[in-house]
Design a protein around this ligand. Structure first.
Ligand code: G1P
Length: 302
């Protein structure tokens, strides 16, 4: 184990996407601000980074993303109004997001893909390994994934991606990894990666889910990575280069995740995430579950 390296402390969250799948809701509101029960999706992601010990968060934003910055900033008018009313619990809710982490923002300008978004983090991240969290994937806080990835990165060096087994007909939605086992059940070495392959071309049904711990050498590789799938600069293509040439920036490992993950980038999955999380909430859950049961039993159309 190498303990001489400084602990990973920076998280990068790409949030420049247009969110067209949620139009018209996302016409004037960033998709990251859509509520999952009563918190914007992006706050869950920042909370996840903070629970893994990463309290320096860089968001890669774009035009029309100002509400993200406002959400993680103080709102003095609201705070004062709630203080005047003596509403301590709502005041705490308002302050939660501004007290969470040290937030930084950089604009992507031209949205040229996820790889390009990550490259925008270079001046902030510099030469330390760092984490990348994609906002469309919510990982249940009861199933800590990022801490395990950081542990594996600290043990092996290089980069680490999060993998999840998916059905063959789903693999075209993800980056797919060729893998070999290691001594740890939940850890594999990644030998190849293909971005969103047809099922017949996929090296496996291990899909990259939106968590990465990256060696800073990824920046140099990204600078040389041309447009890939969809004409965009793909992070998967840069990681493929790293996986195939471990002399550049160390090996690429995968942590195989078997916990609870909610995809909020798709409308159906977004609705399922809300129902599930609402059912499990201590405050809202009891009433909501009673209603849901009677709705399912008595009113649900076929
Ligand atoms: C991105 C990555 C893909 C990964 C996915 C996980 O794709 O390019 O490799 O599997 O995130 O959610 P996107 O879903 O942003 O198109």
């Amino acid at each position: 184990m190498t303990h001489s390296r400084p602990r990973i402390s920076k998280a990068v969250i790409p949030a420049a996407g247009l969110g067209t799948r949620f139009l018209p809701a996302t016409k004037a509101t960033p998709k990251e601000m859509l509520p999952v029960v009563d918190k914007p999706a992006i706050q869950y992601v920042v909370e996840e980074a903070v629970s893994a010990g990463l309290s320096d968060v860089l968001m890669i934003t774009g035009r029309n993303k100002r509400p993200l910055e406002d959400h993680f900033d103080r709102n003095y008018e609201l705070e004062e109004a709630l203080t005047r009313k003596g509403d301590a619990s709502r005041l705490a809710r308002v302050r939660e997001s501004s007290d969470l982490a040290t937030m930084h923002y950089v604009r992507q300008g031209d949205p040229k893909g996820l790889g390009h978004a990550v490259l925008c983090a270079e001046p902030h991240v510099s030469d330390q390994p760092f984490a990348v969290l994609l906002g469309d994937d919510l990982i249940d806080p009861r199933d800590p994934l990022l801490s395990r990835m950081i542990e594996i990165q600290e043990r092996h060096g290089g980069s680490v991606v999060a993998l999840m087994k998916v059905e063959p007909e789903q693999i075209h939605l993800y980056g797919s990894a060729a893998i070999v086992p290691t001594g740890d059940d939940d850890v594999v070495q990644v030998t190849d990666l293909v971005e969103k392959p047809e099922a017949s071309q996929a090296p496996s049904t291990y899909a990259i889910i939106g968590r990465y711990v990256l060696d800073p050498s990824v920046f140099e590789v990204l600078k040389k990575t041309g447009p890939g799938r969809g004409g965009e600069i793909q992070l998967t293509d840069a990681l493929r280069e790293l996986a195939q040439h471990t002399e550049i920036g160390g090996p690429v490992h995968g942590v195989v995740f078997t916990g609870r993950r909610y995809d909020t980038g798709d409308r159906g999955d977004y609705l399922r995430a809300i129902v599930r999380l609402a059912c499990e909430r201590e405050d809202l859950g009891p009433d909501f579950r009673t209603w849901l049961r009677s709705y399912v039993n008595e009113e649900l159309p076929e």
